[in-house]
Design a protein around this ligand. Sequence first.
Ligand code: FES
Length: 263
Amino acid sequence: MEPILPGAPWLVAHKSTLGVNKPKKITLNGQDYVIWHNQKGEMFALDNICPHMQAPLSNGWVCQDRDTITCPFHALEFDGQGRLQQGDKKDTQPITRPLELIISNDCIWTYAGFEPRLPIPDLHQKIADDYEFIGVTGEKSIQGDFLTNLMVNYDYNHQNGTHKELFKITSCNVSSFEEKGYYATVKQELTRANNTLVEILKNPILGIFPKTLTNRLEYAFPSTTAFFAKTPIGDIAQIHILYPETAKITKTFILMYAKSSIL
Ligand code: FES
């Protein structure tokens, strides 16, 4: 496939979702990669294809003493730079391509080998400075192209549609919209009807949501939509991540943060 937005930074995973020395496959712009990290926290990624007979390296295993990944077919071993390792001997040149990663606050970013054309958004650092990381949720590969999914995420009024029934939203008022290059901020007020006891028992989060919600959305094109809300038990920040897996599949997951008052 033609890569979508070459030169954009993509947040492909959070370190907390990787087991130590457990290879994981990720797909970005139609290309499969294997990614793993060791007990020292060092992160590695290679093309997910063995140069011998094209077996997926993500089905292989990691040697923790040598920081290598072993192909599941004929047990060739590669280090994190893609060099063949035989016993204690290591080739000088890679024979499978490494993927360059940038790790920031346990978020794993990559430009997938393209010349960077946009910086990694500092919005992530600001949230990490101000909030505690809670975990990753909502990881899913969605049938749908990246642009369509991006437009749904950028529709700051979609609470009034998608979430209307769940949260019993009766009105959605956007009080401000500021745009600055690849960034935008939206402030909105949502008014909710009362929930029944049965609804709260089915979905307890409804019990702590006030009648009027004051939210802020911050967009950092193209990977990030951050949602900030005040709740009676503290402030939350959800970072919704998108990246193109293939031409027709978009990856999404949510990084959850909260202010320490609710921890
Ligand atoms: S296919 Fe990987 S070692 Fe043969």
